[in-house]
Design a protein around this ligand. Structure first.
Ligand code: SF4
Length: 488
């Protein structure tokens, strides 16, 4: 096995805007909030019903979590087993330390076929490494074939959800995009069926002419060398069977030991993602079969920061993620800001932990450094996660890392406020004085009995939340007044 200490991939996953800034812009967009609120509410309700049907849901979650822990404990061994079995069945395995290396491998493989275009199955791993952009820069056109990915691509947009990348678009917006980008689509309406049929006709031509397909993989089975893609539209099945050459880019954490492990994940994943009892299209392939399907198969195993995550005992469970997106649909922060505010390929609660871990943060000015704070720590993500990833604990762990990183620099306003509070609370007399002094806050409270603007450093607090007016009587004063008899 190649030495696999990966470095972060093509640049940073994020743009250069921190989450709080981007979230402010998103919050001002009422149409976006409406689109996302409506969609996540619908998926959330359906998912709850699908999960409630399973009496053994908690046992399934525990089994999924245990399987992933086992995979992480023996990742090198399982990856070597996978490599050996893929090779034995006629596939070729490539190891990529980072996104740049993976992109180069894929582009070279496509060029070697003489083709300058590929069809793609929806894949988070290829989004993570910016494969489409890389291929475009090297003269190769990549056509997304998942309906939502197609909408995003034709709209020159960015995905905003792991499972439903165009969740921020409504029907009218999608019709506008299709009208503009598919001139031969005919008369379009806002009817979802009409829009889907237009996309179908558009994609069918690509499926029938493409010689190369690029996919991700939901699972790679070590014991057999089998790869699996889980999707709902049948576009994946077309890409995985029609072209002559198939190139799969898979994050190294997606390996599972045996075929029977899929029994657990194929119950957890459909119910958690699309609220379906059974996944509509589950494609599995093992190497190459003469005269049947692609005659050339390449598997690119991608590190791109994963071994760094693996080395962190507390952060490691982020690699257990099966990309169901249930945590996004229950997150109050995601619901209000949408996925673009995270600036990361992985938005929502999982993005808040995975993106900074994959790329690392270089300090407080790194946009990824703000992601662990993009959460209310309400715990809804942990409750929803089918493989029991304790996202809130990892968020707190990443926040603590940042505080530690910062030690030695100038103290922030928050540091000073905490020090002052610590000093005041350390002595009964000082605390009593502080209580009395806080009463002055009544002078600056508004008619609504709330304080909404304080001078620096407390302005950092009141910039995003207000404070209730202090009561007219402190606790001690109340106690003394009401318990006077006790002291006699
Ligand atoms: S963290 Fe859990 S809930 Fe979120 S996408 Fe991953 S598996 Fe799904």
């Amino acid at each position: 096995m190649t030495t696999f200490l990966g470095t972060p991939g093509v640049g940073n996953l994020r743009g250069d805007e921190s989450f709080p800034k981007a979230a402010r812009t998103a919050l001002a967009d009422s149409q976006l909030r409406h689109n996302i609120g409506h969609a996540t509410h619908t998926i959330r309700t359906k998912r709850l019903a699908a999960v409630a049907e399973c009496d053994d849901w908690e046992q399934l979650r525990a089994a999924g979590s245990a399987l992933k822990q086992d995979v992480m404990a023996r990742l090198p061994e399982l990856l070597e087993q996978l490599e050996s079995n893929v090779t034995r069945r006629g596939g070729v395995v490539h190891w990529a330390r980072d996104g740049e290396e993976a992109n180069r491998i894929v582009a070279d493989l496509i060029r070697a076929t003489g083709s300058d275009e590929v069809v793609k199955v929806k894949s988070m791993a290829t989004q993570e490494i910016g494969l489409n952009e890389y291929l475009e820069a090297h003269g190769i056109a990549a056509f997304e074939t998942d309906l939502a990915e197609l909408i995003v691509q034709l709209g020159h947009d960015k995905p905003s959800h792991i499972l439903v990348p165009a969740i921020h678009r409504n029907r009218a917006e999608i019709r506008e995009i299709f009208d503009r980008e598919m001139p031969d689509a005919g008369e379009l309406t806002d009817d979802p069926r009409v829009l889907a049929m237009a996309a179908r006709a558009h994609l069918r031509r690509k499926f029938l002419t493409a010689k190369v397909a690029v996919s991700g993989a939901n699972f790679g089975i070590a014991e057999t060398g089998t790869l699996a893609v889980v999707e709902s539209e049948g576009n994946g099945r077309m890409c995985l069977t029609l072209p002559q050459t198939l190139i799969t880019v898979m994050g190294i954490e997606k390996v599972v030991p045996s075929f029977t492990d899929l029994e657990v994940f194929m119950q957890l994943l459909p119910r958690s993602s699309t609220a379906e009892r059974m996944n509509p299209y589950t494609s599995m392939w093992t190497g190459v079969h003469p005269g049947d399907g692609p005659q050339e198969f390449h598997l690119v195993l991608l590190d791109n920061g994963r071994t760094r995550v693996l080395a962190d005992e507390v952060g490691r469970p982020a690699l257990h993620c099966i990309r169901c997106s249930a945590c996004l649909n229950v997150c109050p922060v995601y619901e209000r800001t949408g996925g673009h505010a995270y600036g990361s390929v992985y938005p929502g609660p999982i993005g808040a932990i995975l993106s900074p871990q994959l790329t690392g943060t270089t300090g407080h000015n790194d946009p990824n450094a703000s992601l662990p704070f993009a959460s209310s720590l309400c715990g809804a993500c942990f409750e929803a996660c089918p493989v029991r990833i304790d996202i809130p604990t990892i968020l707190v762990h990443l926040r603590a890392q940042q505080v530690d990183q910062k030690r030695g620099g100038l103290p922030s306003g928050q540091d000073l406020a905490m020090k002052a509070a610590g000093w005041a609370m350390a002595g009964a007399g000082r605390f009593a004085l502080a209580e009395k002094a806080l009463g002055a806050g009544r002078l600056i409270a508004g008619r609504d009995h709330r304080i909404s603007a304080l001078p620096w450093p407390a302005s950092r607090w009141t910039a995003s939340r207000d404070i209730p007016e202090p009561p007219a009587e402190t606790f001690r004063q109340w106690w003394n007044r009401t318990h006077e008899g006790d002291r006699r």
